[in-house]
Design a protein around this ligand. Structure first.
Ligand code: RUQ
Ligand code: CUA
Ligand code: CA
Length: 603
């Protein structure tokens, strides 16, 4: 890999590892230098993969480049992000969408990429909010949230997967049992649901309800079964109660049968959603017994098997995805949580307790060949999810694997009692796995998904398409309606138009800001002194801010993104007049649309 950079590194690597890193023992220097080569992507060169890491309690998604492990951007989803102008004031569309779907906080766990014909198609990324029963769709043309929907009847929306091969649904399962029908607190009425959502609108189409819970989800590849691991088949309410049984289950949901039952009117509508109650209409959900309290659930790339990781048992249960029979249960190590795949028939399972990734051969394990264990490698520390590039498509690439570790201990410079989250990048292209890099992140990635940059190459937009409501250059205006003022403003290097507007104290002001730039990367921001407002307006985008004008005086608004040599001069004034003082509605002299045209370059 990366042979093209080899020559640059012949010079760079020895310098880096003799001069700067005295902790590397001599006998390891060569291995370290070769690992460094593999992850070195020179400035100005692009990474081979996008890695989307869920943000956990940060509520969004983090985008990294692989193999360099460079942090590229955050996609905020369920939490405001003032720096990016996301959902950070009452007027923004992003705030309204988030508020309308529930709390302005979320816990994202499982990023899922859309597929066509068993390959990533670069269109959508879905992610769940475990805390508030929501699912979001990110449009990969803009890396922006396109939808957020609450899923009725669910608590602890945890496992998320796309129904394959069509992706017409994404499905999400409830980890936390409750009574959503009569709203009692009686555990006898507790149920969980697996909800099937329209992949585009995220509207919940139907649900299957059952006793117990479901944890992690994965789809078969032929449009019949989808699978979930179920660790609380006991319907226990204490941790002891949840580990009473020796075996729990993998649930297999027959999706075409569920659709048929719904079409035949066999479902009960609860909170607006048709729900098939598996306790009353059995058959739609088959429980396949597996060792107690399983966790990860992963279907092999060829769709033949579903693997359930033992968690409390040192085994992975291999289930035939068509007959639903258990075909083998190989031992792999302590605390197996999740499995992922290469393109050579190998499985890589994360071992939480052993802090390892173990590589094993699927066919050998099924045949009972004792040499099924191929390799194991230490990771730092307590790995949760692991994901290899393309592993949930039909065509894994077999080159890179990310280990998402729960603790970083001494991996990075200490920064107080709390430490950053820790990920490691592992080269799985050879017989032996090789840990080549470790990189920190904000809290707390659970899962990740990697897609080749080629897939997105012609998809990622250069600019937004100006929306219909956008203010056009030369059509800026101020509209007053009693105590409400709307300012239709444009911005372009490096000017706001208008450069001033007048209001009274206590007026409700809405600024509709349109960035009329036509080149990528020319973002302008609009911050207003002492009013808590910061917009980020990308080329071709319109953003709104709503706030109440403060006490009389002059308040400058200014651009927060360094856009040109005149960036600091890119500012204007909100003039808050005393009561009784007249305010003007005409655009202020000097702010009359100037002779600026969108520029086709960065000059
Ligand atoms: S869980 S560490 Cu939310 Cu994906 Cu298994
Ligand atoms: Cu616009 Cu700085
Ligand atoms: Ca259990």
């Amino acid at each position: 890999m990366k042979t093209k950079y080899f020559f640059a590194l012949i010079i760079a690597a020895p310098l880096a590892f003799t001069a700067c890193n005295s902790e590397v023992p001599k006998e390891k220097a060569a291995a370290v230098a070769s690992a460094a080569q593999q992850v070195y992507v020179p400035p100005g060169k692009l990474d081979d993969y996008y890695a989307f890491l869920s943000g956990g309690q940060s509520g969004g998604v983090f985008v990294y480049g692989i193999p360099s492990c460079r942090y590229i951007r955050e996609i905020p989803i369920f939490e405001p992000r003032a720096g990016l102008g996301y959902a950070n004031n009452l007027g923004t569309e992003s705030y309204k969408r988030l508020r309308d779907s529930g709390p302005i906080w979320g816990d994202t766990h499982h990023p899922v990429l859309s597929q066509t014909d068993g390959k990533y198609d670069g269109k959508n990324l879905w992610i769940n909010d475990k805390a508030n029963g929501r699912v979001a769709r990110v449009d990969l043309h803009t890396f922006d949230v396109a939808e957020i929907k609450r899923v009725p009847n669910i608590q602890g929306a945890h496992g998320l997967a796309a129904y394959l091969p069509s992706c017409k649904y994404v499905f999400v399962n409830g980890e936390l049992e409750h009574d959503f029908e009569k709203n009692t607190t009686d555990p006898a009425n507790y149920r969980s649901v697996i909800a099937f959502l329209d992949g585009q609108t995220l509207e919940t189409k139907f649900e299957v309800s059952f006793v117990g819970n479901a944890d992690i989800a994965s789809s078969g590849k032929d449009g019949k079964y989808v699978f979930v691991t179920m660790y609380n088949t006991e319907n226990g309410q204490s941790s002891e109660g949840m580990i009473e049984r020796d075996r729990d289950a993998v649930g297999a949901i027959d999706v075409p049968l569920a659709e048929k039952l719904v079409a035949e009117g066999k479902a009960t509508v609860i909170n607006g959603v048709p729900v098939i109650d598996e306790t009353k209409i059995p058959g739609v959900l088959t429980r396949i017994p597996v060792p107690k309290n399983p966790h990860g659930c992963n279907v092999t790339p060829d769709g033949k098997y579903v693997l359930a990781s033992g968690k409390l048992s040192p085994t992975v249960t291999i289930i035939d995805a068509h007959t639903l029979k258990v075909v083998a249960e190989p031992e792999v190590g302590l605390g197996p949580l999740h499995s992922t795949f290469d393109n050579r028939g190998n499985v890589y399972t994360s071992l939480f307790v052993d802090s390892q990734i173990v590589k094993w051969n699927l066919e050998k394990a099924i045949k009972g060949d004792p040499s099924y264990l191929v390799d194991r490698v230490d990771v730092h520390y307590n790995v949760g999810h692991t994901k290899a590039a393309g592993a949930d498509t039909s065509y894994p690439s077999g080159d890179w694997l990310i280990s998402l570790n729960k603790l970083s201990k001494g991996m990075f410079l200490p920064v107080g009692p709390a430490m950053p989250e820790s990920q490691e990048l592992i080269d799985i292209s050879g017989d032996k796995m090789k840990v080549v890099a470790a990189f920190p992140s904000p809290p707390e990635p659970h899962d990740a998904v990697m897609v080749s940059r080629q897939v997105l190459a012609d998809k990622v937009a250069q600019t937004y398409q100006l929306p219909a409501k956008a203010t056009k250059l030369g059509e800026e205006k101020v509209v007053r309606n009693g105590k409400k003022l709307e300012v239709f403003m444009t911005c372009i290097r490096s000017k706001f138009i208008p450069e001033s507007f007048e209001v009274h104290q206590g007026d409700e002001v809405t600024i509709h800001l349109t960035n009329v730039e036509t080149v990528r990367d020319m973002t302008h921001g609009l911050a207003i002194a002492n009013h808590g407002i910061n917009l980020a307006c990308d080329p071709g985008q319109s953003q709104d801010a709503t706030f109440t004008a403060g006490k009389p005086g002059t308040y400058w608004y200014y651009c927060t993104w360094f856009c040109s040599a005149l960036h600091l001069e890119m500012r204007g004034r909100m003039l808050v007049k005393n009561d009784g003082e007249p305010v003007s509605d005409s655009l202020n002299p000097g702010a009359v649309p100037a002779n600026v045209e969108p520029k086709a370059s960065y000059e």
